[in-house]
Design a protein around this ligand. Structure first.
Ligand SMILES: *[C@@H]1O[C@H](CO)[C@@H](O)[C@H](O)[C@H]1NC(C)=O
Length: 411
């Protein structure tokens, strides 16, 4: 409102000068001002300090303020990542691993019908389609810092490397108490930066850690809980390649060479498992899904963290190049043990937070808007006061004229 009244005032003042006197210091006197358009109609356009007060060259029309971006979620997701994500052919759903694995994922439903059902995992989480749920309780990791005094079993089962976890580790913040049973990893082939199962906005990361828990209020064991609705709770941690070696992941990776072949086991001294997780555990996605390997039971309450854990390139290569999926020669590297994203179907993915990207850009847009407003206000004020000064000067002259003429009429 203030703007418009100011703007009107300015236009009025400028129009009052129209045809009578030029603002132009350097322009030709003979060029008449266009009286209707001293300023373009756009509500917030003002001449810049440079062009003011030249009237001989009307300011170019503008359609609106330049600022607001209407796409505020950047489509290039890897800008903040140390190593760019290399999109891989095999990551496209459907093409997945048919060619690389005789027991390809596409054939899972034949022997395990649930793998072809409609609430499968992993999924590609589209952040502009998630539902923000401010009621989602924070997840609390109990007993994660000191899992036990006993060594933990590390096992190459031919599909992944798996660490057994004791029931002294459990989760709070879910509908029931879920105790930990094991954790394992998924990764890609040698040299690939795409090995995670879950994706965020179509982007896979180098690897993914799954920490598997079961509902211990209702069931006595992982295997008993696994086929039951909501029987399992799995934490999904996306792992990307960073600059530094991650010392906590070394507790697992440094033992891989002891279990190179399928069915080999070793013991790992207990360590703080909680430190495998990324920062900002309060940012997570939650949805109902399944095991990502046969029998694909749809019993998993998934928590996928928004932030990533980081390991070094050397650590990723250790993961990609050390293990075999076979018991003996000929050895077959254990790689690409991730499942392709599955259709979301009618499921809702909840988010415990508002997307950082959009928040940031909203703030950006806000400050941009405020900046434009303040800038325009200052310019308007400047124009207003200058115009008023000039009008006062002219009114002074005009008054004399009017006064004289009035006198004449009265007389
Ligand atoms: C998962 O499914 C259960 C049972 O249908 C439902 O009560 C719960 O709200 C769902 N949770 C999520 C995160 O969708």
């Amino acid at each position: 409102m203030l703007f418009f009244s100011l703007l009107l005032e300015v236009i009025w003042i400028l129009a009052a000068e129209g045809g009578q006197q030029h603002w132009t210091y350097e322009g030709e006197r003979t060029a008449p001002r266009a009286p209707a358009a001293p300023l373009p109609p756009g509500p917030l356009h003002l001449p810049s300090a440079g062009e003011f007060p030249s009237a001989s060259a009307p300011a170019p029309p503008r359609s609106g303020p330049p600022g607001p971006k209407f796409t505020w979620r950047t489509p290039s997701p890897s800008s903040d990542r140390p190593a760019p994500y290399v999109p891989m052919g095999p990551r496209k759903p459907g093409v997945s691993s048919v060619s690389l694995c005789p027991h390809g994922q596409d054939h899972w439903p034949a022997s395990h019908p649930e793998c072809g059902s409609n609430a499968q995992s992993p999924i590609d989480i589209q952040t502009d389609s998630v539902t923000f749920d401010p009621e989602l309780p924070a997840l609390q990791l109990q007993g994660y810092d000191q899992p036990s005094t006993e060594p933990l079993d590390l096992h190459n089962n031919g599909h992944t490397v798996q660490l057994s976890l004791p029931p002294t580790m459990y989760l709070e913040g879910l509908p029931r108490k879920y105790v930990a049973a094991q954790l394992h990893l998924h990764w890609g082939e040698t040299g690939s930066l795409g090995g995670s199962e879950h994706q965020i906005n179509g982007e896979a990361t180098a690897a993914e850690l799954h920490i598997v828990h079961y509902d211990s209020d209702s069931y006595d064991s992982l295997s008993e809980a696994a086929p039951k609705p909501q029987g399992l709770a799995v934490l999904g941690i996306l792992i990307e390649v960073g600059e530094a070696k991650n010392p906590v992941y070394e507790h697992i990776l440094s033992h891989l060479h002891e279990i190179r072949h399928k069915d080999q086991k070793t013991s790992v001294p207990p360590f703080n498992v909680g430190e495998l997780l990324p920062p900002q555990l309060n940012q997570f996605f939650r949805y109902n899904g399944s095991l990502t390997t046969p029998p694909c039971y749809q019993s998993v309450l998934w928590t996928v963290f928004n932030r990533r854990a980081q390991i070094s390139m050397g650590q990723l290569e250790e993961l990609q190049e050390t293990l075999f999926s076979t018991e003996e020669e000929p050895s077959k590297l254990l790689v690409r043990n991730y499942r392709a994203p599955q259709p979301l179907n009618q499921r809702t993915v909840f988010a415990s937070f508002i997307q950082v990207g959009s928040l940031y850009t909203t703030g950006e847009m806000l400050s941009l808007g405020v900046g434009i407003l303040v800038g325009c206000l200052c310019l308007l004020l400047a124009v207003y006061f200058i115009a008023r000064k000039i009008r006062k000067k002219r009114l002074g002259n005009r008054k004399t004229v009017v006064f004289t003429s009035a006198q004449t009429t009265e007389a």
